[in-house]
Design a protein around this ligand. Structure first.
Ligand code: SPV
Ligand code: MG
Length: 434
């Protein structure tokens, strides 16, 4: 008689005895086909595993009792069940409660359709991969692990959501905050943006490349001390090519995931001034050479994203597209198209043409001015990364100013208590304060 097929589904980010209990139980019923969740499937509901799909597959294939490993591309089991038509599915009974309750209902209907049986085994107590994963993320995050997360997130997500963080405290917020949407899905930030504008402003200096790179990197080091998400650094023009070649090695070694370098020359002014101030775009050839030099001096793990300023300087879309060709030829790993228009029309026109030629090259948007656009529209136009470039600092300044003003106004702080983090909250905010 043909051996029965038993379907189980796993992500095995961290292999533990609970998985072995499940596998040992499942193999009693027949030959196990294991659906291994892809990064994309996992990212749709929780944090990316530390090991990528191929690494996890290797582990799973070596476990005694696993006869076949197949991709499970969705959180939902049904597509694979309909395809594989197993005789049994084995699952821990923990999905009867909590987040996966509805998923269980749907799965049972699918199983009925294909006349398969569900076997629910008691969940192994005192073990949770998610808790273990948090501990590993916090304690075991070496620079190269953090660095590679960005590329994996670009592959796994429709769009990567990056938030400006100018301090460790703002980064802690960006690391932890999440919103649960109506489908129960957690929406969170994928990483951090180290902005030249907000790093400079925080120190009371103009955004003209006056901050020393070491000052910027020291701030990032402090951010990395207390967080685990990947970071993209705004390195302005990158400075002189000879300096850039040296600096990029330090940036790479720190585990920063990407640099974004803008194609300007001379004294850099913030792009959001547009043509109000004197600012000049670098010649395409020279800038391409700088990209090439940077690629040669850094590892393949660090992404160099070229930022095109043509639209900022009122040049035609064709100019931006020509530059994109040259920058990519020189090794750029991604393109950021910047604009200070309120209307996203030109940015979208660029994206459409660009993505036709380079469907696989990551495209970055910084919708500070055209913030009418929703992430969904950016996704539809092929953007892979959206950077909210200055919002945390812009939020904190008015709050601080009002607080200062109100203390003057009332001659005490009592009236403003409600708008502040309470003393109790600030004492509890950072573990170990007590
Ligand atoms: C920054 O955040 O410093 C940037 C983006 O470079 S912008 O301010 O829009 O130029
Ligand atoms: Mg900047």
């Amino acid at each position: 008689m043909k051996k029965k097929i038993v379907y189980i589904s796993l992500s095995i980010d961290i292999l533990h005895h609970g998985h072995i209990n499940l596998i040992n139980h499942a193999k009693k019923f027949g030959s196990i086909t294991a659906g291994l969740l892809t990064d994309k499937a996992i990212a749709s509901n929780k944090r990316l595993p530390l090991l990528n799909y191929d690494q996890r597959k290797k582990i799973l294939q070596s476990i005694d009792g696993i006869d076949k490993v197949v991709e499970q591309k969705e959180w939902d089991y049904s597509p694979n069940l309909l395809k594989i038509k197993p005789d049994y599915m084995v699952h821990g009974d923990d999905w009867k409660q909590g987040r996966d309750k509805d998923l269980r209902k749907k799965t049972l209907i699918t199983l009925k359709k294909i006349a398969a049986k569900i076997i629910e085994i008691p969940h192994t107590k005192n073990i949770s991969s998610s808790n273990m994963k948090s501990i590993m993320y916090e304690q075991g995050l070496i620079p190269s692990n953090r660095q590679n997360l960005l590329k994996r997130l670009i592959d796994a997500n429709d769009v990567c959501r990056i938030l400006e963080t100018h301090s460790p405290l703002s980064a802690i917020i960006a690391e932890k905050v999440f919103y649960k949407n109506k489908y129960g899905r957690k929406i969170e930030f994928d990483g951090f943006w180290s902005s030249s504008l907000t790093d400079s402003t925080l120190r009371g200096k103009p955004d003209i490349e006056v901050l020393d790179l070491n000052q910027r990197l020291s701030n990032i080091n402090d951010i990395f001390d207390v967080t685990t998400k990947p970071l993209i650094i705004d390195i302005d023009t990158g400075g002189k090519t000879e300096h850039f070649e040296i600096n990029i090695k330090t940036i790479d070694r720190m585990g920063i995931s990407a640099v974004i370098m803008e194609d300007k020359k001379g004294l850099k002014k913030n792009s959001l001034f547009g043509t109000e101030v004197k600012q000049e775009q670098e010649n395409t050839k020279e800038f391409s050479k700088k990209i090439h030099a940077g690629k040669k001096s850094s590892s393949s793990n660090l992404m160099i994203i070229a930022r095109i300023e043509s639209l900022i300087l009122n040049k035609p879309i064709a100019d931006a597209l020509r530059r994109a060709d040259s920058y990519i030829d020189s090794g750029a790993d991604g393109i950021m198209i910047h604009s200070k228009d309120k209307d996203p029309k030109k940015v979208f026109a660029f994206a459409q043409k660009f993505k036709k030629n380079y469907p696989k090259i990551p495209l970055v948007a910084v919708p500070s001015s055209f913030n009418i656009v929703k992430e969904k529209q950016l996704i539809d136009h092929g953007f892979n990364i959206v950077i909210y470039a200055n919002h945390m600092l812009r939020a904190s300044y008015p709050a601080m100013r009002k607080t200062a003003l109100d203390i003057l106004k009332y001659g005490r702080s009592h009236e403003i208590d409600r708008s502040l983090l309470s003393i109790k909250e600030i004492l509890e905010l950072i573990p170990g304060t007590k």
